[in-house]
Design a protein around this ligand. Structure first.
Ligand SMILES: [Zn+2]
Length: 132
């Protein structure tokens, strides 16, 4: 049975009735049906997917990304969406973000070490600020 909703206020009309009991709007049967409001309550559209990563595939992908320089190629391809698996794409993006953060941290450490003689003093100051 087709559900009819009021075009004015969205009220679900009783079967066979086209005059809204709330606002009086007449919804003609021949007019294009308005899209019904979303059904109450949460719905869980979770169709079965075959692109979910198993633990073994996660491990394989991580080992692949871990390869120096060579691993960067599939990492960038997967992160840019060059895979059908959404899991793999998200994994690659997360790994890429982590790599950027680690690289930034390494850069900061390198700059600190270049400062050389002042490093102990700097670390002491940083430590003090962190403690306070
Ligand atoms: Zn109405």
């Amino acid at each position: 049975m087709k559900l009819v909703f009021c075009r004015q206020c969205g009220l679900l009309l009783p079967p066979g009735q086209y005059r809204c009991p709330r606002c009086g709007q007449v919804s003609a049967q021949t007019s294009a049906p308005t899209p019904p409001p979303p059904p109450p309550g949460p719905c869980y559209p979770d169709p079965p997917r075959d692109d979910r990563l198993t633990t073994a595939r996660y491990l394989g992908a991580l080992c692949l990304f871990w390869l120096p320089l060579v691993g960067l190629i599939p990492l960038l391809i997967f992160a840019a969406g060059g895979t059908r698996s959404q899991d793999l794409q998200r994994l690659a993006q997360a790994y890429l973000i982590r790599q950027v953060i680690l690289s930034a941290a390494a850069l900061v450490l390198a700059v600190l070490f270049v400062l050389g003689p002042n490093l102990p003093l700097l670390l002491m100051l940083l430590g003090r600020h962190r403690l306070l």
